[in-house]
Ligand binder design. Structure first.
Ligand code: DQA
Length: 153
């Protein structure tokens, strides 16, 4: 059974207690369980990772690229956290690994501080889900599967 990688960046390990008005009360474990169920309903498994370190995220993107090439993986549902707004290295990793990425932001970053309005990830993302709360991860999984099936794969 092919998989979908669910990748979370810095501070998302604090979900549930971190600024709940912004990010809600669900923990990262709750989110990963939601993702597992959403993917299973479509016939896929998930592989979940979280890191507060940019290099670790880059390494997982590279691994994802190899797994996409070997047909083990559809792509990555990725919430890069604050690295969204700073990381040219993540932009280059996604482009270099040639991996389909659905970018997710729990909050509506465009309704927040101006430094959150720019994303280095969006130009290399297959799709973007913003401001839908943690349900955005489920929508991103569904979108990734839909795009994959539309390609006739
Ligand atoms: C976030 C938005 C980012 O601006 C912020 O730094 C995060 C979370 C979101 O999910 O809304 O860590 O990616």
């Amino acid at each position: 059974m092919a998989s979908i990688m669910v990748l979370n960046g810095p501070n998302l390990n604090l979900l549930g207690t971190r600024e709940p008005a912004q990010y809600g009360y669900e923990t990262l474990a709750d989110v990963e369980q939601m993702c597992e169920q959403a993917a299973a309903a479509l016939g896929y498994q998930v592989e979940c990772h979280q890191s507060n370190h940019e290099g670790a995220l880059i390494d997982w993107i590279h691994q994802a690229g190899q797994k996409v090439k070997s047909g083990e993986l559809l792509g990555v549902v990725f919430n890069p956290g604050a690295y969204t707004h700073t990381s040219i290295a993540l932009h280059d990793a996604i482009k270099g690994a040639d991996v389909p990425v659905m970018e997710v932001h729990i909050s509506n970053v465009h309704a927040r501080e101006s430094f959150r309005h720019h994303s280095y990830v969006s130009p290399v993302a297959s799709g973007i889900v913003v401001g839908m709360g943690v349900q955005g991860y489920v929508l991103a999984i569904q979108g990734l599967v839909h795009k994959y099936q539309a390609k006739g794969a």
